[in-house]
Write a protein that binds this ligand. Structure first.
Ligand code: ATR
Length: 325
């Protein structure tokens, strides 16, 4: 089929104008890259958020997304280092696997037992200082390493503080979910000094295991598996329920009346208002969805890579546009 006139016009425009983002920096031989690895990855909003952040900082960097199968994760991390990438984000199902695949762990990854951010570093002498790999000329690199960080855990605290204005210290929290995200949320809230924590999960044994961890590591938090029989400050959904329209509510309203709480946070951000948040809203609670968590973990990752404060507003705007249109 012959090309229509407007097709030809569009092609010629593409030819004349290579890929340009808002920073006006074209991709060239000096462009440096970050990427997110996940499996699947096609719904990730991180490229939109991070490219906006990099452009706002006027960095000659780009952020890509790759579908990496778990069996290929080690090779993919090494490959990125070999190509002098700045760093990586890792998402489901790689966060736990990567703990044993990076060369070194920052305290954040060691404490929370998961890696969602990697920074590549290099040194120019065998016992020299480690510096970000992208800062070292290629012919001066003597050794490289990958360092794993966790920016998810702090993002949970930042999100409930900034988006809900809830102060965790001494607070009472009902946490729904004890999977990967629920476990980190429970431990991080306990570390922040939450006074009482109730854990509810479909698979009760997982909630029991997290409760055991908390009793051992953070004895200052009184933890119970099951629903509270008293008012709480915050109900936090860390299950995946709410992502699909046909999903059940993440909590049993016969067991806990949302009117008994002040704040509701849903880690799900797509749709913007889940049935859980809608119910919480109707019950008069202050609510927020998981967009803030996604934003704050990404902003912290960009700070780790660039050593500069993240342009949070530009990143938030790009994230909202990518997710909600
Ligand atoms: P993530 O890393 O996002 O936390 P995950 O580890 O698979 O993902 O955890 C998903 C969470 O949602 C778990 O708490 C899971 O409950 P189980 O531990 O019993 O699997 C919860 N979840 C997922 N589907 C559910 C469903 N249909 N009903 C109740 N809980 C569900």
């Amino acid at each position: 089929m012959p090309l229509a006139h407007w097709d030809l016009l569009r092609l010629s425009r593409l030819w004349d104008n290579p890929v340009v983002f808002s920073s006006e920096k074209v991709i060239s031989a000096t462009t440096r890259f970050c990427a997110v690895y996940g499996h699947p990855i096609k719904h990730s909003a991180s490229p939109a958020m991070q490219n906006a952040g990099m452009a706002a900082l006027d960095l000659p960097w780009r952020y890509l997304a790759f579908d990496v199968a778990p069996d290929d994760l080690g090779a993919a991390i090494k490959g990125a280092a070999a190509m002098r990438f700045i760093g990586l984000n890792l998402t489901v199902p790689h966060k736990l696997l990567a703990v044993d695949m990076v060369d070194d762990l920052d305290a954040s990854a060691r404490v929370w037992g998961a890696v969602n951010t990697v920074r590549f570093e290099a040194r120019t002498t065998v016992d020299g200082e480690w510096t970000p790999l992208h800062d070292v000329p290629a012919d001066e690199v003597v050794e490289t390493r990958s360092v794993g960080f966790n920016t998810d855990a702090d993002a949970i605290i930042q999100a409930v503080r900034e988006d809900l204005e809830f102060e965790p210290l001494g607070g009472k929290v009902l946490l729904l979910g004890a999977g990967g995200a629920g476990r980190v949320a429970a431990l991080r809230l306990a570390a922040e000094g939450v006074g009482r924590l109730w854990l509810v999960n479909r698979t009760k044994a997982k909630a029991e295991a997290v409760a055991g961890d908390i009793r051992q590591r953070f004895p200052g938090t009184h933890v119970t598996v099951g629903y509270p029989d008293e008012p709480v400050d915050l109900v936090l959904n860390a299950t995946s329920l709410g992502l699909k329209p046909e999903d059940a509510l993440p909590l049993d309203v016969e067991m806990f009346d949302l009117k008994q709480a002040r704040f509701a946070y849903d880690m799900v951000y797509r749709p913007a208002e889940t049935p859980f948040l809608e119910l919480a809203d109707k019950a008069g609670l202050k609510t927020a969805n998981g967009l803030g968590m996604l934003l704050y973990q990404g902003a912290k990752a960009l700070e780790i890579w660039s050593g500069r404060p993240a342009p949070v507003d530009a990143m938030r705007k790009a994230l909202k546009k990518a997710i909600y249109g």
